[in-house]
Design a protein around this ligand. Structure first.
Ligand code: HEC
Ligand code: HEC
Length: 97
């Protein structure tokens, strides 16, 4: 069972290719605040826990695991392919305003 803790509005996942800002509030809202869609699986309610979505992302997308549960071809959200740095995911600090 997902524990009811105060959800973070946003989380930043560090990456060499540019950090990814994860809009937790938007994600939760889109799932009608059903925390159990993501907690405790595929994600721990702990920003320090590993996400398990290290590249190649395709591996996780094919397994429908981690972010690839939704973010994959035929999934409920855009796949990683073609969306690396188009401001959706990896954003380099220098490019930010
Ligand atoms: C679409 C997926 C998704 C949904 C739905 C979702 N979360 Fe999360 N949540 C995440 C992810 C991803 C993380 C980061 C996990 C990690 O870093 O390993 C996270 C982390 C958290 C954390 C830890 C924050 C910290 O600073 O350690 C809390 C608390 C949390 N969520 C609460 C909630 C609550 C309460 C709900 C329901 C209202 C919810 N989440 C719904 C994906 C989701
Ligand atoms: C429960 C399904 C689900 C999971 C799991 C999920 N997402 Fe999403 N995500 C969505 C949907 C739905 C959208 C909005 C639709 C679209 O843009 O395709 C979205 C949009 C996004 C966006 C665009 C900004 C925004 O929030 O609108 C980013 C960036 C993103 N997701 C990153 C992630 C990352 C990183 C993970 C894993 C830590 C993740 N998502 C896990 C469903 C999910």
């Amino acid at each position: 069972m997902a524990q009811q803790k105060t959800p973070p509005p946003k989380l930043v996942f560090k990456a060499k290719t540019g950090d990814v800002t994860y809009d937790h509030a938007a994600h939760a809202k889109r799932e009608k605040n059903e925390c159990k869609v993501c907690h405790p699986k595929p994600f721990a309610q702990d920003a320090k826990a590993p996400i398990g979505f290290k590249p190649p992302h395709k591996k996780w997308e094919d397994a429908k695991a981690s972010c690839g549960t939704c973010h994959r071809a035929g999934g409920s959200a855009f796949e990683t392919k073609g969306n690396c740095t188009n401001s959706k995911c990896h954003v380099r600090a220098a490019a930010k305003k």
